[in-house]
Design a protein around this ligand. Structure first.
Ligand SMILES: [Zn+2]
Length: 267
C-alpha cells in the first residue's frame, strides 16, 4: 500500500521520518509521497525524499500558501529532482478566505502556465489538485490548461456524488483520506461507490485527518492509510486485499513505476 499524499516536511515530523517510514513499512505501507506546499517546501521535500529510499516528493504551491514567497525557477529545479514524482499540490480553496480567492487564482493561473511550458520542454508529471468547495471554479481552469486530464488527481475528496461525477466526467482521478471514515461524512462514502476501480487512490494527508479508529491522533502518519483503504473496501463492498492491489496499481500508473513495491529476488 502507498500513502500517496502526506506532509512529512511539517515540523511534527522533525527528526522522526526514519521511524515514521519504518512504522509505515511494518503496517504494510511500502511507499509515501510527501507533498509540497511552497517553493521552499518543495526543495525540502526533495531533500527529505533523497534521504529515504521509499519516500518520494512533489513540487507545487498550495492555494492556502499563495501569499508565501515563491520562485518559479526554484520550483522547476525541485521538479527536476529524480525523486520528484508530480506537480502540486495546487488548486483553489473556497473554505477559507485568506489568502483571498483573487490571490489564489493568480498563483494557480501562473502555476498552470509554467507547468504547461515545463511539460512541453519534457518535464511532464502528473498533478496533485487541492479543491475545497471549488469544483465549479476549478474544473474549467484545469481544462483550459490543455494538460492531459487523466494526469490530475483530486486529493482529499470531500465532495458529494455530484462533485465526484464532475471530476470523473472531466477524466481525473479521485483520492480519499480519513474523511471517508468519519461518521459525519456519508456523502463521501456514497461518492466512493461511483468511482471506477482504475480511478481511485488513498492517502493520509498527514499530519492532518487521522482516520477512524485513530481519529484525533496528532500527528496522523502514513501507516494509518491502511484504515482509509479498509473503509473504502467496506464502502464499495469489495474484497480488501484485491482493492489494495488495485490501489497500488492505480498509484503506479499515475505516479510512475518508481513507487511500486520493490520485487524480492531469490538469491
Ligand atoms: Zn495536502
Amino acid at each position: 500500500m502507498i500513502d500517496t499524499h502526506c506532509h512529512l516536511t511539517f515540523p511534527e515530523f522533525d527528526g522522526r521520518v526514519v521511524q515514521v517510514m519504518a512504522d509505515a513499512a511494518l503496517a504494510g505501507v511500502h511507499a509515501a509521497i510527501t507533498i509540497a506546499t511552497t517553493t521552499a517546501d518543495a526543495i525540502r521535500a526533495t531533500e527529505l525524499a533523497a534521504l529515504h529510499p521509499r519516500l518520494f516528493a512533489t513540487a507545487g504551491i498550495h492555494p492556502l500558501y499563495s501569499d508565501r514567497p515563491l520562485d518559479w525557477e526554484e520550483l522547476r529545479r525541485a521538479g527536476q529532482h529524480p525523486k520528484c514524482l508530480a506537480w502540486g499540490e495546487l488548486g483553489l480553496d473556497n473554505h477559507y478566505d485568506t489568502p483571498p480567492s483573487a490571490m489564489q487564482r493568480e498563483v494557480l493561473d501562473t502555476q498552470l502556465a509554467h507547468i504547461a511550458r515545463w511539460t512541453s520542454e519534457g518535464l511532464a508529471k502528473p498533478i496533485v489538485v487541492h479543491c475545497r468547495k471549488a469544483f465549479a471554479d476549478l474544473l474549467p481552469l484545469l481544462a483550459a490548461s490543455g494538460l492531459p486530464r487523466d494526469r490530475f488527481v483530486f486529493h482529499c475528496f470531500t465532495g458529494d456524488s455530484n462533485d465526484a461525477r464532475a471530476v470523473l466526467n472531466f477524466g481525473a482521478y479521485i483520492s480519499f483520506t480519513g474523511v471517508l471514515t468519519f461518521p459525519g461524512a456519508p456523502e463521501v462514502r456514497s461518492a466512493a461507490k461511483l468511482v471506477p476501480a482504475d480511478r481511485m487512490m488513498v492517502e493520509t494527508d498527514s499530519p492532518f485527518l487521522a482516520p477512524q479508529p485513530v481519529r484525533g491522533v496528532w500527528p496522523n502518519e502514513p501507516k494509518h492509510v491502511v484504515h482509509v483503504a479498509a473503509a473504502l473496501a467496506v464502502a464499495r463492498g469489495e474484497d480488501p486485499i484485491a482493492l489494495n492491489e488495485q490501489l497500488d496499481e492505480n498509484a503506479a500508473r499515475f505516479f510512475g513505476d518508481a513507487i511500486r513495491r520493490p520485487r524480492m529476488v531469490d538469491p
